[in-house]
Design a protein around this ligand. Structure first.
Ligand SMILES: *Cc1c(COP(=O)(O)O)cnc(C)c1O
Length: 561
């Protein structure tokens, strides 16, 4: 057992006596964090040294002494894994261990007579019987992720304007029902890695082959992220550097295509993505884009039509993947089409990567030459991109990302990706991914029963597209009305939409975020009900006010990580 001691000047003599007492004990090692004399000094400095040792696991317990015990307690408890409590006598010392799980004993030099101190210390350090359930539960609550304000504590003084807006957004996350299909809620662990000091490091290059010195630790992290990404998706090679989904795709284009080459990809207005060849995007400016779409009647991808188009246009690369397609993608069929025309197959699984990782959507990895994704949509990681590919393309992708496209990597984001991949390997994650799909099926069914038309007649994944025109609405009007009640969706074009992309005929609903908050099928019924009521009364302020209150009360039951 390792114990670290600290005191201020007023507690110096008591600390020295505790040191003498413990240094002769077998199996106990003692470290003295200061102070070193009875000359006046500042208690937070010494409290921090001891608390840091407990926080990092370098010490099992701390014993802290000052005049009243208050200063040391306050200073030590700023560390999340430290539970420091003042004990005046033996009973206190036993209670703070048994009831409160204290790992730092604070002694008041003024209140506890010096002859009572050995018994007090012994009572704290004695072997303890198993902690009762209710105490365990309460101690666990002390370290729960609930207090999100801790994450911005320093901003409060440093930049009140930014602090204010983050606080307001924090409130919005808590008080709204977020159904944006491309969003999710990250764990505290992911955010800690992403907000970490790794942002200070330049590390151009790759693990073991850097242009800068001092990369030993970021090398460890990046290597871990790569190993985990490969294991999670069963891929031969993984690139964790891309800053976002769009640059991951661009890197693949750069790796294997020449300017002017033909890409066959899903049309933006039928569910595709800007980066798949929109004239407004660099992809559409450099390459020759041939769009495919969905069948007018079934609103699903017509694979025979895709094949016919591929045979006619002979693309160099076929791109499968979408931002607003509610159905399972048939990767085997895409592979067969690519093989028929000798094209590369790139699957962009930006939206469904979390479902793939959790086994709730078939994996494209066995079929595709390249798979790109974002890490922040269903995957539930930091905002970023990822490329998976066959080993034979590894070098080309490598060069395309750096130096082809990017400068220094964001090591803090790469660390957060590593954390995300680890989370995605846990059994709870698989359950979560299946629940996302079950929740989406539930809300789709509820909305259909309420008279809404679903694009393609339903959903297989985490999102559904709702055609609101039958209710006399546009996508924009529907999304705006819902937003006023705390239900956040996005307007979305539906296939063969008669309205402009700014107005649209549909809304897109996704269930990743609400599932992360712990909602289940019956909760989807609540949400579908409120959507129906708001959209049946878009001009009615009293209905909106009522729903707004119901929504706020409802979401308060579901914690935000
Ligand atoms: C979101 C998305 C992207 C782009 O991701 P960013 O990180 O925003 O660049 C690419 N492809 C698809 C299919 C997407 O849905």
């Amino acid at each position: 057992m390792k114990i670290i001691l600290a005191s201020d000047h007023a507690g110096f003599n008591v600390k020295e006596s505790v040191k003498n007492l413990l240094s002769s004990r077998p199996g106990v090692s003692v470290e003295d964090a200061g102070c070193d004399s009875a000359a006046s000094c500042d208690y937070p400095v010494f409290a921090e040294r001891a608390a840091r040792a407990v926080e990092t696991g370098d010490a099992d317990f701390a014993i802290l002494v000052c005049t009243t015990g208050a200063g040391m307690t306050i200073a030590a408890n700023r560390f999340p894994h430290v539970r420091a409590a003042l004990a005046i006598d033996e009973t206190d010392a036993k209670t703070i261990r048994d009831h409160n799980g204290a790992n730092a004993l604070v002694i008041s030099a003024e209140k506890t007579p010096s002859d009572k101190i050995p018994a007090l210390v012994d009572a704290f350090l004695a072997a303890h019987s198993p902690v009762e359930e209710r105490h365990k539960r309460r101690v666990a609550q002390l370290s729960e992720e609930g207090n999100r304000l801790v994450e911005v504590a320093h901003l409060k003084d440093a930049d009140p304007e930014v602090y204010g807006s983050i606080l307001a957004h924090e409130r919005q996350e808590r008080l709204c029902i977020n159904l944006i299909a491309s969003e999710n809620l990250t764990s505290r662990a992911v955010r800690e890695a992403q907000g970490s000091i790794l942002t200070n490091k330049y590390a151009e290059g790759y693990p073991g082959k850097r242009w800068y010195s001092g990369c030993r630790h970021v090398d460890e992290i990046e290597a871990l992220a790569i190993v985990r990404a490969k294991a999670l998706f069963g891929a031969e090679a993984a690139y964790v550097l891309p800053h976002c989904g769009a640059s991951a795709i661009l890197a693949v284009y750069l790796a294997v295509l020449q300017p002017g080459d033909t890409i066959l990809s899903m049309a933006l207005d039928q569910g595709g993505h800007l980066s798949h060849g929109s004239p407004a995007n660099i992809s559409g400016k450099i390459y020759n884009i041939v769009p495919y779409g969905v069948d007018r009647k079934t609103e699903r991808i017509d694979y025979d039509a895709v094949e016919a188009l591929a045979l006619e246009k002979r693309p160099r690369l076929i791109l499968a993947g979408a931002s607003a397609y509610p159905r399972t993608l048939d990767f085997a069929r895409f592979r067969a089409i690519a093989d028929k025309v000798g094209a590369y197959l790139l699957v962009d699984m930006a939206h469904i990567a979390g479902l793939v990782a959790g086994g709730a959507h078939p994996s494209p990895v066995p079929f595709a030459d390249f798979v790109t994704t974002t890490t922040h949509k269903t995957l539930r990681g930091p905002r970023g991109g990822l490329i998976l590919c066959r080993e034979k393309y590894a070098k080309d992708v490598n060069r395309a990302v750096f130096p082809g496209l990017q400068g220094g990597p964001l090591e803090q984001v790469i660390a957060a990706k590593a954390v995300c991949f680890k989370e995605a390997m846990q059994p709870e994650y698989r359950q979560w991914a299946h629940q996302v799909v079950a929740n989406c099926a539930a809300i789709a069914k509820d909305l259909e029963e309420d008279g809404f038309r679903l694009v393609s007649g339903g959903t297989d994944n985490h999102l559904c597209l709702v055609d609101v025109t039958a209710k006399g609405l546009t996508g924009k009007a529907a999304a705006d009305a819902l937003d006023e009640t705390g239900i956040i969706v996005n307007k979305n074009t539906i296939p063969f939409d008669g309205n402009s992309p700014f107005v649209t005929s549909g809304i897109r609903i996704g269930t990743a975020t609400v599932t992360t908050r712990g909602m289940k099928e019956p909760d989807m019924k609540f949400i579908a009900d409120r959507i129906r009521r708001v959209l049946a009364n878009v001009g009615d302020e009293s209905v909106k006010a009522e729903v707004r209150e119901e929504v706020a009360a409802f979401v308060s039951r579901f914690p935000v990580p």
